[in-house]
Design a protein around this ligand. Structure first.
Ligand code: ADP
Length: 319
């Protein structure tokens, strides 16, 4: 293993930079050269490669986004684009590739592994929607960012006796909504894992009002409904004053939390270790607080279940 390359792909997540730093310095400390691939799989296809040095990854640990940039790359799904990527990997004498990204990026990594490339994947997505691992990089930061925003919204909702519907990301995984809801004492949490029954929501909000609770917070996962549409429905069916808020990309950015930074270091070091020991084709994760890895083709399995207990507990407290 003389040269390792790293790329970030798909949606960016806080902690990606800390991970790029950890990978680069772990590899350099073993005498391995490091190449940064710009803009995810697009950079593989276009041969956009930069040398990463200890200095070029300095002062990035605490920053959100990704210094390598990221992209969605439809061309990588074509045979021609994929073969171009393979040819560039060969030409640049890349012996091992580390992909940091979400489930789409993982599918790309699996295709590369099948084509004979030594690949290791690191879960980098705020959505926590890779279920072989307890946590993905960026999730903790996103949850904490949204919690701060909900605190702000609560102040003004309380001042006006309003209902706030706050739409958060997570794709088809309700973990962001659930954890934000639990941490902010939300009155109602709407996630893809639990069938949404509008009548139950209206009844809860009306009951809250009856109980003298005039400000309620509803946390809504982005795939179940839009905040605007749901706020209109609630207002129409309850007569209450409702305001929607779409948190959008604010939840993607920002300085990573200590937990995400530490996870980034562990994931980065583990990825290099796996490549050096000849164990490629793996996806790194955390299980029971331990860093581990599973074969890439097992990374799409639904091993971690939605925390229904926490969901019920939280819903039970909101009256
Ligand atoms: P994320 O990694 O955050 O889930 P995407 O789903 O957009 O983001 O995937 C990122 C990129 O991974 C895509 O733009 C594409 O280039 C690549 N990719 C996605 N699905 C596949 C697939 N089935 N085979 C090969 N590459 C894929």
């Amino acid at each position: 293993m003389k040269t390792i390359a790293v790329l970030t792909s798909g949606g960016d997540a806080p902690g990606m930079n800390a991970c790029i730093r950890a990978i680069t310095r772990s590899a350099l400390s073993k005498g391995i050269k490091v190449i940064g691939v710009k803009r995810g799989y697009s950079g593989l296809i276009d041969g956009e490669f930069v040398a990463l040095t200890s200095r070029s990854v300095g002062n990035i640990l605490h920053t959100g986004g990704t210094i390598l940039k990221t992209s969605r790359c439809p061309e990588f799904l074509t045979k021609e684009g994929f073969n171009k990527a393979l040819a560039n990997i060969k030409k640049a004498k890349i012996d091992g590739l580390i992909v940091i990204g979400g489930d789409g990026s993982y599918r790309g990594a699996l295709e590369l592994a099948k084509a004979g490339v030594n690949v290791v994947a690191i879960p980098g997505t705020i959505d926590n929607d890779l279920h072989y691992t307890d946590y993905t990089l960026g999730f903790d930061t996103a949850v904490n960012t949204i919690v701060q925003l909900v605190n702000n919204v609560r102040d003004t909702s309380l001042a006006h006796d309003r209902i706030s519907v706050i739409e958060v990301m997570g794709a088809y995984c309700g973990d962001i909504a659930l954890n934000v809801g639990a941490a902010t004492g939300a009155d109602y949490i709407i996630v893809p894992e639990v069938k949404f029954e509008p009548k139950k929501l209206y009844d809860r909000l009306l009951q809250n009002t009856k109980n003298g609770k005039l400000c309620s917070i509803v946390i809504l996962n982005e795939k179940v409904a839009g905040a605007g549409e749901l706020a209109t429905m609630i207002a129409k069916n309850t007569g209450l004053d409702v305001r929607p808020l779409v948190v959008a990309h604010i939840q993607r950015g920002g300085t990573p939390t200590a937990d995400d930074r530490i996870m980034a270091v562990k994931f980065g070091a583990k990825a290099v270790e796996l490549l050096v020991s000849g164990n490629s084709g793996q996806a790194i994760g955390i299980y029971a607080d331990k860093v581990m890895s599973v074969p890439l083709d097992k990374a799409f399995e639904n091993t971690r279940k939605f925390d229904m207990e926490l969901y019920k507990m939280t819903q039970n407290l909101s009256f």
